[in-house]
Ligand binder design. Structure first.
Ligand SMILES: Cc1ncc(C[n+]2csc(CCOP(=O)(O)OP(=O)(O)O)c2C)c(N)n1
Length: 270
């Protein structure tokens, strides 16, 4: 797929993130918009997930450890044709499958229920170990927030993945520098994340999380790395694509009103 096609998918995904959060009048737009290019690259070029195999374990797996960014995952699943696009307007409604945090028991393509930060990498570790034990050559991907990396369980899981030489596991750390109510450095500074993952025995690649060529090359390098898991330290802009949301922590978990939604959708069309 060429970069223009990927950009078009990412644009649709971002518009559907804004539409879901706006319609629900709640949700997390900032960290969803920021990681949209990473997930577009993963789901449209790297992983072998399709509408036909979405409910199967016999494919590459993805764990959205930063589960509050469910509007991103749902928009990606709709863009892939795995869930109907119209269903996005049920996001966060009573009886909808598309709850505020993703539920693996209801939504095809959701491989782990997440939302309590810190847990996803441990689950991804387990999937990677199980794949090896079962002779399943599929890979496991996990998206972690840099704020989330302040959770201790992330580091237990990082230690375990290196111990088990899980080279079928690739974690992406979405480094937007912002948390729920301030910068990551103000809350509990997690940096330097590259040095920390290296010290925990991981292969580390630093990458621009909005550059499809760089992301493609990084995922390829991860695939070819043997004997250890790979961490992509991906620099991103929280709120990317919407002028008034970019790098603004106020849009971590706030829904735009009708007027703001119109501006956001116009920004994303440009
Ligand atoms: C265990 C736990 N503690 C606190 C929260 C509340 N919370 C939701 S999102 C968030 C900040 C996450 O920051 P980051 O991982 O950097 O996400 P991003 O900026 O990419 O949205 C917090 C503290 C939670 N969901 N789970």
């Amino acid at each position: 797929m060429n970069n223009e096609e990927l950009k078009l998918h990412a644009k649709n995904v971002r518009r559907n993130i804004v539409r879901q959060v706006s319609n629900a009048k709640c949700g997390h737009p900032g960290g969803s918009l920021g990681a949209a290019d990473i997930l577009t690259e993963l789901f449209f070029e790297v992983m072998d997930i399709t509408p036909e195999n979405a409910s199967s374990k016999d494919r590459d797996r993805f764990v959205l450890s930063k589960g509050h960014t469910s509007p991103l995952l749902y928009a990606i699943l709709a863009e892939k044709g795995i869930i109907p696009e119209e269903e996005l307007m049920t996001f966060r409604k009573i009886n909808s499958r598309l709850q505020g945090h993703p539920n693996m028991n209801y939504v095809p393509g959701v491989d782990m229920s997440t939302g309590s930060l810190g847990q996803g990498l441990a689950a991804a570790d387990g999937m990677a170990i199980a794949n090896k034990l079962n002779g399943n050559s599929h890979r496991v991907y996990c998206l972690i927030g840099d704020g989330e990396s302040e959770e201790g369980e992330i580091w237990e899981a990082a230690m375990a993945a290196a111990h088990y030489k899980s080279d079928n596991l690739c974690a992406v750390i979405d480094v937007n520098g912002l948390q729920i109510d301030g910068t990551t450095d103000e809350v509990i500074g997690p940096n330097p994340l590259d040095e920390k993952f290296k010290a925990f025995g991981w292969h580390v690649i630093c990458v621009d999380g909005h550059d499809f060529d760089a992301l493609r090359a990084a995922f390829e390098e991860a695939k070819n790395t043997k004997g250890k898991p790979t961490a992509l330290i991906a620099k991103t802009i929280k709120g990317k694509g919407v002028s008034f949301m970019e790098n603004n922590v106020a849009w971590h978990g706030t829904a735009p009103n009708a007027e703001q939604t119109a501006i956001a959708l116009k920004d994303l069309e440009a």
